[in-house]
Design a protein around this ligand. Sequence first.
Ligand SMILES: O=C(O)CCC(=O)C(=O)O
Length: 291
Amino acid sequence: MISERDVEIYRREGYIVVPDVLDADEIAQLQAVIDGLIAHAATIDTHDDVYDLEPSHSRAQPRVRRIKTPHKIDPRFAALARHPNVLAILSKLIGPDLRLHGSKLNMKAPHYGSPVEWHQDWAFYPHTNDDILAIGVMLDDMELSNGPLLVVPGSHTGPIYDHHADGVFCGAIAPDEVGQEASRAVPLTGRAGSMSFHHVRLLHGSALNTSNRRRQLLLYEVAAADAWPLVGVSSLAEFDGRMIAGQPTITPRVTPVPVRMPLPPAAHQGSIYENQTGSRQRFFATADAVN
Ligand SMILES: O=C(O)CCC(=O)C(=O)O
């Protein structure tokens, strides 16, 4: 599915976009599951283990911002992480032995779909080595106006930014810390069915969806099996139960990667959106500010 040149680009820039990894039928099947999950949000009032809700959510006007850990909710999401096209790409980028770290489905509804402040995934889950990436499955066409991922090319080899505010982890980099880097960002656009692959240390964020089109991005975080989380492993059975290809190991590969621990933990737990409410300033406009 990808060439040696794509691998070189991933190593140099920290990301690639691969068009048409899924076909229209595969997208439609996932969409049917998602539609059912969104309909169920009309029965809840607050965030729970499955749903993260927009600030303006109500039962009458259900507004889902994120489905948490979709791979645990429906087997079709679990199967997608093992899709032959996906494994073929992953094995070229980070090797044949692969463990799922997590998954999430970020919705951005037309006009109010929330932004995500600048951050590096590595700040949330540092490991013994950084052969870790996030797959962004484009379930809708991604264009500049519907809030695609924005990434800063090459930033995966740079510093690990401070993601704290008032001495507490908040999962966002202060706008003045990001500085000029944000002006170099590029949007990861593409047709529905395309996938982006971005390095765990790549600086990225995304703006409010100001368009009249939905933007659903299904994210899987995948690590080389010998990357072990620095916060520890409490159950080896659970950890190894997340292998999606190849063999697990109890011999972590340790490389000299810069690390800042996400501690003390965020005051607002639950999701990156909640964590980031702890940041003092915002880079991206929110729906409240715009509407
Ligand atoms: O959904 C997005 O646009 C950004 C998602 C992201 O970076 C995250 O959830 O870590």
